[in-house]
Structure formats: structure tokens, C-alpha cells
Write a protein that binds this ligand. Structure first.
Ligand code: G6P
Length: 368
């Protein structure tokens, strides 16, 4: 059945390993492989040209998918995006205008704060679009447009495959927005779609880092605190990495924009706090390297997640370098999510925690 652990020790491990397949299903739903164009599930009740602003609202891991998507929407479609966690959005009386697009992201489709935020956006006359994994859920039913993720049932409390499927849907939607607003040419769209089509295979390649990460997890398990750094779309992934680690291993972790290191967390750096740096070889890579130098100069231990080119160009000694496949820089968060999830998972296994049902957490938070 879909909801047994097969040969895995935990649902979370099974769900991590399902990602090439389920992200592939999600891709096939939103991309026409023949024409190499994005296809949305239904005709949209608005024109992207008329959208002045997008708001994205979610909780937890889903909010970090939204954070990555903010970079994509702003870059592909040149439309400003406001991002909120639902518990803030619902009470801060955000001034939405009629015709704005409000996007809600939720695995369960039942999260109380996200649902309340959706109802608020509707009351303001915004168009509402939800990215949900449970198509029969309340959020799906109450949204004007639903874009399902095809992750299948997710049992582990810490979200994994729902996250990468959310990213896939949001990438497709951001491309559609870019096309709709005339910011992407047909050739641009084809190039982006080519990049997306590669993602399931790249996720499978990223899963082969598991033995190396399993070994690394034994070191991480000795730490009291772990810092995650990233720039650009790797920044939200750093936040997600820290969230995953604390949720299931109970080791304190923080995610930070690499450029903010010198404005605070650098004070914490010593040889006891590992620093996980998420840095594909992209246009901000050199900047991240200079932050790594700041860490190294203070005796910090760096765990670098990068690609072959990045490993070659990083002029800083790292404790461990995890090499991910070469790929188009735009969609790296969907692939770098894998080592981030594996590191949290294996650290939790070393710590002996209840990985699938960590203490104090619920899969779906239906109360405020
Ligand atoms: C809970 C779960 C998280 C999840 C969050 C949002 O806190 O433990 O894994 O990211 O809720 O849930 P949703 O179903 O709205 O995505």
C-alpha cells in the first residue's frame, strides 16, 4: 500500500527516496514535454499582466517553498512578491487590492492559520490560488484555483517530498507568470523548462550522497548548535535545513543569509559549531566563499554543499564537501533539498529520536 514503510526504517526515509518519482509526476502534470511549455491545470480567472503584486502565505516548510518561489516570481515575471507566515498575515491586515494574487501553500490543506489567511485574502477581493497536496482538503476547496502537488500521502511529520513537489509547482507557475507578463520569451521558457525536466534525474543523483552524509551525521550529532548559510535561493534552503534538523534531531540550528553572518552569528563561531554552507556554483558563489573565509578564520568547521566547479573554486578548507550534480543554477533548491533532508534524517537516527513523530510536533496543525 501507499502508506507502509516498504523496506525503509522510517516513513521519512521512504519519502525522501520517493522524490525522483513524485517530483517527476508533478513535473509531468505542469509541463508539456512535447511542446516544452508550462501547462496550467485550468484557465486562470485573471491575466498575469493585471497582477500588480503577489502575496505568498504558508507555515513551516511550505513557507520556505514560498520563499524560494519569491525569488523565481520576481526574476521571471518581474512582479513584487510579499511573503508571510500565515499566523502573521492573518492578523496584520495586509492591504490586498482587488486583482492581486494571493498564493497559499500547504501539504495538508488543513493548517488553521493558512486557512484563515486564505479566507482573509478572499474577503479582500484577491484571487486565491493554493498549492496543496491533499486535493480534498479545506484549503483546496475554498481556493479559486488549485494546483495540486502529486507527492502522494506524506506520513513523516517533517515534510520532505511535499516540499520538493511544492517547489516544482511554483517553478512552473512562476514561468507561466513570466510568460503571461511578457517578461519571458518563448526561448526563455524553453530553456527554463529544459532545466526543470532534468530535476527528477538530478534528485536521483543527489540521493547517492547518502553514505557520505550518513557518516557526516555522526559528527553533527555531537554538536549542540549548527548554523546553515546560503545566498539567493539557497538562503530559504538554509532556513529549511535548520528547521529540519531541529524538528527531528532536537539539535539547535539556525539558518541565515550568508551576507548577514557578520551582523551577528559570526560571534558564535568556534570549532564546536558546524557551519553548513549551501553554495552551488552560481552568480553569488564568490560572495558566499568570502563568508566561508570568515568562518574558517575563526576556526569554524565548514560543511560545504556544492557542485564540482564550486568545490574546485572554493579557496577555503572545509571539513566535508558534498558534491551535487552540475545543473542550471535556477533550480538548485529542488536538488539541494536532498542532502539537507538526508543530513537531518541521519542525525536524528544517530540521536535515536522518534524520527517520524518528533516530540511536541503534529503533522497537521488544525488549531491556532
Ligand atoms: C507542521 C508540520 C510541518 C509543516 C507545517 C505546515 O508544523 O510539522 O512539517 O511544514 O505544519 O503544514 P502544511 O500541511 O500546511 O504544509
Amino acid at each position: 500500500s501507499l502508506v507502509d514503510k516498504a523496506n525503509y526504517r522510517h516513513f521519512m526515509a521512504k519519502e525522501i527516496h520517493e522524490q525522483p518519482e513524485v517530483v517527476g509526476h508533478t513535473l509531468a502534470r505542469y509541463v508539456d514535454m512535447g511542446t516544452e511549455r508550462v501547462v496550467l491545470p485550468a484557465r486562470l480567472p485573471f491575466d498575469f499582466k493585471d497582477v500588480q503584486r503577489i502575496s505568498i502565505t504558508a507555515c513551516g516548510t511550505a513557507s520556505y517553498a514560498g520563499f524560494v518561489a519569491k525569488y523565481w516570481f520576481e526574476r521571471f515575471a518581474r512582479v513584487p512578491v510579499e511573503l508571510d507566515v500565515a499566523s502573521e498575515f492573518r492578523y496584520r491586515e495586509a492591504p490586498l487590492r482587488k486583482g492581486d494574487l494571493a498564493i497559499f501553500i500547504s501539504q495538508s490543506g488543513e493548517t488553521a492559520d493558512t486557512l484563515a489567511a486564505l479566507r482573509y485574502a478572499k474577503s479582500q477581493g484577491a484571487h486565491t490560488l493554493s498549492v496543496v497536496n491533499v486535493p480534498t482538503s479545506t484549503i483546496a476547496r475554498e481556493s479559486e484555483i488549485v494546483m495540486p502537488t502529486l507527492a502522494g500521502p506524506e506520513i513523516g511529520v517533517a515534510s520532505t517530498k511535499a516540499f520538493t513537489c511544492q517547489l516544482m509547482v511554483l517553478a512552473a507557475l512562476a514561468i507561466a507568470a513570466g510568460r503571461g507578463r511578457g517578461e519571458l520569451s518563448e526561448a526563455d521558457e524553453t530553456k527554463l523548462v529544459h532545466g526543470l525536466v532534468e530535476v527528477p534525474r538530478l534528485i536521483a543523483a543527489a540521493l547517492t550522497t547518502e553514505p557520505q552524509i550518513e557518516k557526516l551525521a555522526r559528527e553533527i550529532a555531537k554538536s549542540k548548535d549548527v548554523l546553515y548559510l546560503g545566498r539567493g535561493t539557497s538562503y530559504p534552503l538554509a532556513l529549511e535545513g535548520a528547521l529540519k534538523l531541529k524538528e527531528i534531531s532536537y539539535i539547535h540550528a539556525e539558518g541565515y543569509a550568508a551576507g548577514e553572518l557578520k551582523h551577528g552569528p559570526i560571534a558564535l563561531i568556534d570549532e564546536t559549531m558546524p557551519v553548513v554552507v549551501i553554495a552551488p556554483y552560481d552568480r553569488v558563489f564568490e560572495k558566499t566563499v568570502s563568508n566561508m573565509q570568515e568562518v574558517a578564520a575563526r576556526g569554524g568547521n565548514i560543511i560545504l554543499m556544492t557542485d564540482a566547479k564550486g568545490a574546485q573554486e572554493a579557496t577555503v578548507e572545509s571539513l566535508v564537501t558534498i558534491i551535487l550534480p552540475d545543473m542550471a543554477a535556477t533550480f538548485t533548491p529542488i536538488v539541494y533539498a536532498i542532502p539537507v533532508q538526508l543530513l537531518a534524517y541521519h542525525t536524528a537516527v544517530v540521536m535515536g529520536t522518534d524520527v517520524d513523530q518528533p516530540r511536541n510536533l503534529a503533522k497537521s496543525v488544525t488549531v491556532e
